[in-house]
Design a protein around this ligand. Structure first.
Ligand code: HEC
Ligand SMILES: [Cu+2]
Length: 324
């Protein structure tokens, strides 16, 4: 490869493929500019004094005059403003990213050694590849079925840890048609470096066509409903059941009083824990008779059950404020 070609390949930053990318880059450049300026200034002054006060130079070595208040104030206030601005800028982006968007396409992500399994709510599944439509906000709900991974989409300026036993979310709005890399950014064992893939951004029509390809699959909610029957959930959670258990219609997004006096948001975390750790949060007024399904359901079955419970969920909007 010639030098010109090699240099043409060097990019200071990855593609800006999401709406957030420009803002993140601006913050990054601001940070580099400030720290670069300070570094150069300190190095410059150091070199200047090295030369000025070198041995045998005819410089004035008498102790300095007493300090000057205006100088002290100037060099305290100006850096303060510069660094507070940095904080404000970063906080603004952070808060924007932390609030879950409404009306987003939900995609489930399961990390495992050493691949990414992705699932669209319509039921379509992918491995190491994520197809998304242009200009549509995509919300990722992620978990791991083994160790800690990290879902990293550099072109969308998104990186989030993917943890066993927990759901983490991230979202982005693709702004450019094309393919962009997926990496795992958390060392997760031998083949960590091979845990890569690509995001394929299609325009709306191409995306709709892509969704129709392949064989017809049940939606995630439909699979959840089947599981709800085959695992015996419906044996307790139905009006005809002999056991007294709460009905799950309208549960998602509501607030649930527990026997210990707490009131919790019925979000994905809560429903997941109800299924795996039923003894930790007992709904007020019910007996703790629900068995744990800890080793009986896989991560994608959990997604399906929760999506089904969501689908029979609440008329009110989804709870977006976390418990903490
Ligand atoms: C043996 C009967 C029984 C079975 C089987 C059962 N549950 Fe339960 N479930 C209960 C009872 C009783 C409660 C209320 C007490 C508690 O919180 O543990 C409950 C609570 C829940 C809650 C919290 C409800 C609320 O109003 O906050 C969820 C969610 C739930 N179960 C889901 C499931 C799912 C999904 C399955 C199947 C994988 C399942 N349950 C299987 C008896 C059962
Ligand atoms: Cu990994």
């Amino acid at each position: 490869m010639s030098w010109a070609l090699l240099i043409a390949q060097i990019q200071f930053l990855p593609d800006q493929a999401s709406k957030m990318a420009g803002r993140v880059d601006l913050l990054f450049i601001y940070l580099i500019a400030i720290t670069g300026t300070v570094t150069l200034a300190v190095a410059g002054v150091t070199l200047f004094f090295l030369a000025k006060y070198r041995r045998n130079a005819a410089a004035d070595r008498s102790p300095p005059a007493s300090s000057s208040l205006p100088v002290e104030i100037t060099w305290s206030v100006i850096p303060l403003v510069i660094f507070i601005a940095l904080f404000g800028f970063g906080a603004k982006i952070y808060f924007r990213e932390s609030v879950d968007p409404r009306d987003a396409l939900e995609v489930h992500v399961i990390g495992k050694q050493w691949m990414w399994k992705l699932e669209h709510l319509q039921g379509k599944r992918e491995i190491n590849e994520l197809h998304v439509p242009l200009d549509q906000t995509v919300k990722l709900v992620m978990t791991s079925q083994d160790v800690i991974h990290s879902f990293f989409l550099p072109s969308f300026r998104i990186k989030e840890d993917v943890l066993p036993g927990r759901y983490t979310t991230q979202w982005f709005t693709p702004q450019k048609v094309g393919t962009f890399p997926i990496f795992c950014a958390q060392y997760c064992g031998t083949n960590h470096a091979l845990m890569i893939g690509q995001v394929v951004v299609l325009d709306a029509a191409d995306f709709a066509a892509w969704l129709r390809t392949g064989r017809e699959t049940a939606s995630v909610a439909q699979r959840g409903e089947q599981l709800f029957h085959s695992l015996g959930c419906s044996g307790c959670h139905s009006p005809q059941a002999a056991v007294r258990a709460p009905l799950l219609e309208g549960l998602y997004g509501s607030r649930v009083p527990l026997t210990d006096g707490r009131i919790v948001n019925a979000d994905m975390r809560y429903i997941r824990d109800c299924i795996l750790l039923p003894k930790t949060e007992i709904v007020s007024g019910f007996d703790p008779v629900m068995p744990s399904f800890q080793d009986r359901v896989s991560e994608d079955e959990l997604f399906a059950l929760i999506t089904y419970i969501k689908s029979i969920g609440s008329p009110q909007p989804e709870v977006t404020v976390p418990d903490r």
